[in-house]
Design a binder for this molecule. Structure first.
Ligand code: NAD
Length: 349
């Protein structure tokens, strides 16, 4: 049986608890993994004075696959987000986030099965920002011919045809491989005509290559309302970075919250699998965090490694435990702790 080398980044906050849970479940599938544990985020900062040590990037480049817990990003300080840096450094351009409704969870919705493809490397996340009063900001204000107020801070939103083409193509390829019927591109192109306009223009060209899959477009504001009213009508959604970030959380809310939302960041050189949620410091160390988002991210990792049967078994075990409702965490209506839920899922395997 094959043995895989995988980088493990426990991360901050609840990271340790959920990565332990995911490891337990993977072990129960019988798939053999040699974990190479590295630290990033606050833990790395305390140890090495760096948030994203080179050893983390080297390890992922070597193993090509990583399982990652969430990392805390200090707000409004000089630190760049470790998550954004990691995705950019490794050019993990496709953020893939499946969300589905689960039997046993009393949500308002039925039959939701959406996969979000979020562009991961550009848009307002490019980190091209200028503080109020800087020479760059002043220059841009001058160029804006009165459209920008004096003394503004400025953020630049780059959207390229290259990055749009590869994310939209990834969405269509996924749709084709997985028997999906519809890809919806979402932007605010009625207002941001150049940047979001280019996203649509490029998406239409890609759609043309996949005549067997329907393509449509929805403006982001309308999309939010549509998803809250009729989420079951959507299939694969492809968006620029910021809208993708927001819509991912919205989709998570529709199917039971952040504890149920897994994710993958995929590029040409490899992939990093992580839940959509953050480090949840408010529930850290309390055995309260729902491990499912991380366990389902690990299942996506098993698929990526070619261990689809094991991935399917994990999803089936999660579905059974949720349906039974006895060993689920508080965020989805139960009283079980993180450890108990993970152990019961592992036992099903
Ligand atoms: P968050 O996702 O950490 O938490 C939002 C709320 O959801 C909290 O009340 C939390 O307790 C709850 N929650 C999240 N995941 C849960 C789970 N699995 N089970 C039960 N409840 C859960 O978002 P935040 O509070 O805005 O961010 C905290 C930190 O995480 C910030 O520093 C942020 O930058 C970072 N963050 C990291 C990532 C990542 O590493 N990919 C993603 C998002 C946010």
């Amino acid at each position: 049986m094959a043995k895989y080398n995988v980088t493990l980044i426990p991360g901050d906050g609840v990271g340790q608890e959920i990565t332990e849970a995911a490891k337990l479940v993977i072990q129960a599938t019988g798939v053999k993994i040699e974990w190479e544990e590295v630290v990033a985020g606050s833990t790395a900062f305390q140890k090495y004075g760096e948030l994203l040590p080179k050893s983390v990037l080297d390890s992922i480049r070597r193993n090509k696959v990583a399982l990652k817990g969430p990392i805390t990003t200090p707000i409004g300080t000089g630190f760049r987000s470790v998550n954004v840096s990691l995705r950019k450094e490794l050019d993990l351009y496709a953020s893939v986030r499946p969300t589905q409704t689960w039997q046993g969870l009393d949500g308002r919705f039925r039959d939701v099965d959406i996969v979000v493809f979020r562009e991961n490397t550009e848009d307002l996340y490019a980190g091209v920002e200028y503080v109020q009063g800087s020479n760059e900001a002043k220059k841009i204000i001058e160029m804006s011919a009165g459209k920008i107020r004096e003394n503004s801070a400025i953020s630049i939103k780059p959207i390229s045809a290259f990055c749009t083409e590869r994310i939209v193509d990834a969405a269509f390829k996924y749709a084709k491989l997985n028997g999906r019927k519809l890809v919806t591109a979402t932007t605010k192109a009625n207002i941001m005509k150049c940047t979001d306009g280019l996203f649509y223009e490029t998406a239409r060209k890609v759609a043309f290559k996949y005549p067997e899959i329907d393509y449509n477009e929805k403006l982001i504001d309308n999309m939010c309302m549509q998803l809250v009213q009729y989420p079951e009508e959507y299939d694969v959604i492809v968006l620029p970075n910021l809208y993708g970030d927001i819509i991912s959380d919205l989709c998570a809310g529709i199917v039971g919250g952040l504890g149920m939302a897994p994710g993958a960041n995929i590029g040409e050189i490899g992939a990093v699998f992580e839940p959509v949620h953050g480090s949840a410091p408010d529930i850290q160390g309390q055995d309260k965090v729902n491990p499912v988002a991380m366990i389902l991210s690990a299942a996506l990792m098993l698929d990526y490694l070619g261990e689809n049967t094991a991935g399917d078994k994990v999803r089936k075990a999660v579905a059974e435990v949720i349906k039974e409702g006895k060993s689920i965490t508080a965020d989805i209506g139960g009283i079980a702790g993180t450890q108990e839920m993970a152990s019961v899922i592992a036992a099903k395997l």
